[in-house]
Design a protein around this ligand. Structure first.
Ligand code: UN1
Length: 478
């Protein structure tokens, strides 16, 4: 296949079995052919990363800075084109696709700066005449496995710190969205990364992902994706005594108190639950509403949800793009049935609809009269489906918000400083939002959750150093 986008191993482009990258807004539109790597190629990529590590881990800081800077500049200069590619392969709207691309550029910019801010500590020993230095060193070969829902931002927030801190990388993007990943690797290699520092192996989790996960030559493994896969990868890593970082699902609560500004609350829920087609681990899927404003809130929210325009991601008037593929759409439909069978009331939406083109379109679904023990309130659906739960007061709202296996993000709409402060302190989530949606986070501060949502060190910002470096304590007798 002459026009296939190839894998990148040891500084060379390498062909493989071509797989179609399909546009979920229009299945007749093939974004491109992308080479799927096999086991031997994945092993070659790991070996190339291992061979490149001694030299890259000692590379000059200005070299790392300049490469990350150039990557940031190019991503920003091409934001419209890359954002369009993103929306075409993943299905989020063009505004969201371009926004995510800008965020990727900002992440590279941030770590370009961090490369120049590496620091350690020099402390006196408890023994006379002995000095102690505490420094951070690169970990080694980092395996990076990314999901389909953020095709450029999540690769950026794993690749940029890995490179910044002197690691070499074997990178497997989600099989559904290799386009942005390929573009990022192309940008980074032209920005001057030496061969072997960054290796791209596209393809299936069961082939490429498994090879990376089981390799003793991969010194650290970072993954974002489903809870089941993350738990399995963490176990695999523990067997090898290898560092691992898993970002998994969420069942994020958004509390609406009677004292909330109604417009703010409805905005937060509409954006948090349904934008990006609800396909975010930070999506609000449990809407916990104080009973005294429940009916009014539901009425206004229903109007808003009904008015959302579902359609082609590239159409400027679209609010909600398609679901990513047929199997995800079928799973969402299953949950609509499960919710109804459990006795929840489907207020609006949930049905598959046809557009001008053949795509995976579903109307955003709003359930009311839910209880927190229903499956639709406990399991991550990863689609445009939200469950409204009525509660008596703030105390019950907090208890219901925390009654979940997950703990990624939690939000509250309130005008009470007392309740906002109490919620920030007592929410059992890694990220708490007051009068803001549960989804949509900054790029320069830590990202991560608790309980079944996350395992290992935080991602993003300066906290990323915890995962991408290892600490050395060196003693010197004067
Ligand atoms: C966001 O909400 O801004 O997979 C980011 C996800 C998360 C990223 C969410 N890791 O949805």
């Amino acid at each position: 296949m002459s026009d296939q986008k190839q894998n990148f191993i040891g500084g060379a482009w390498v062909s493989g079995e071509p797989a179609e990258n399909v546009n979920p807004s229009n299945t007749a539109d093939i974004v491109g052919l992308y080479a799927r790597a096999n086991v031997a190629q994945a092993n070659d990529a790991i070996a190339a990363a291992k061979a490149a590590f001694p030299s890259w881990s000692r590379s000059g800081l200005m070299e790392r800075h300049a490469i990350l800077r150039r990557a940031s500049d190019e991503i920003l200069a091409r934001k419209d084109e890359l954002g369009r590619l993103l929306s075409r392969e993943e299905g989020k709207t063009l505004v969201e696709g371009i926004g995510e691309t800008v965020r990727a550029a900002q992440i590279f910019d941030f770590y370009a700066g961090e490369a120049l801010r590496l620091s350690g500590e020099s402390v006196p020993s408890v023994r006379p005449d002995v000095g102690v230095e505490v420094t951070r060193e690169a970990v080694g070969v980092v395996g990076i496995i990314t999901p389909w829902n953020f095709p450029i931002a999540i690769p950026a927030w794993k690749l940029a710190p890995a490179i910044c801190y002197g690691n070499t990388v074997v990178f497997k993007p989600a099989d559904l969205v290799p386009g942005c990943a390929w573009a990022l690797v192309d940008i980074l290699q032209r920005a001057g990364l030496p061969g072997g520092v960054l290796n791209l192996v596209m393809g299936q989790g069961s082939v490429v992902g498994q090879t990376i996960a089981q390799s003793r030559d991969v010194d650290a493994l970072t993954f974002t994706g489903s809870q089941g896969t993350g738990a399995a990868l963490a176990l695999e890593s523990a067997k090898l005594m290898r560092k691992s970082q898993m970002e998994m699902g969420g069942k994020n609560p958004f509390v609406v108190l009677a004292d909330a500004d109604l417009d703010v609350a409805v905005d937060c829920v509409t954006q948090g639950a349904f934008y990006s087609t609800g396909q975010r681990c930070t999506a609000s899927s449990r809407i916990i509403v104080q009973e005294s404003i429940h009916d009014r809130f539901l009425e206004v929210l229903t109007e808003r949800v009904t008015a959302l325009k579902v359609g082609d991601a590239l159409d400027a008037s679209t609010h909600i793009g398609p679901v990513v593929d047929e199997s995800q759409l079928a799973q969402n439909e299953d949950y609509i049935q499960i919710g109804q069978a459990e006795g929840a009331r489907l207020v609006v939406g949930g049905e598959r609809i046809s557009g001008a083109t053949q795509g995976f379109y579903q109307r955003p679904a709003l359930f009311a009269e839910c209880s927190n023990d229903m499956r639709i309130a406990r399991e991550e659906i990863f689609g445009p489906v939200a469950a409204v739960i009525s509660v008596k007061d703030y105390d019950e709202a907090l208890a219901v918000a925390n009654d979940t296996d997950f703990g990624l993000s939690a939000g509250i709409a309130t005008s009470s400083l007392k309740h906002a402060t109490h919620f920030k302190r007592n929410s059992e989530a890694g990220m708490v939002m007051v009068n803001l949606p549960t989804a949509g986070v900054d790029f320069h501060v830590p990202f991560g959750g608790r309980k079944a949502s996350s395992f290992g060190a935080r991602e993003q910002g300066r906290y990323a150093a915890e995962f991408y470096t290892t600490v050395k304590t060196a003693y010197t007798m004067a």
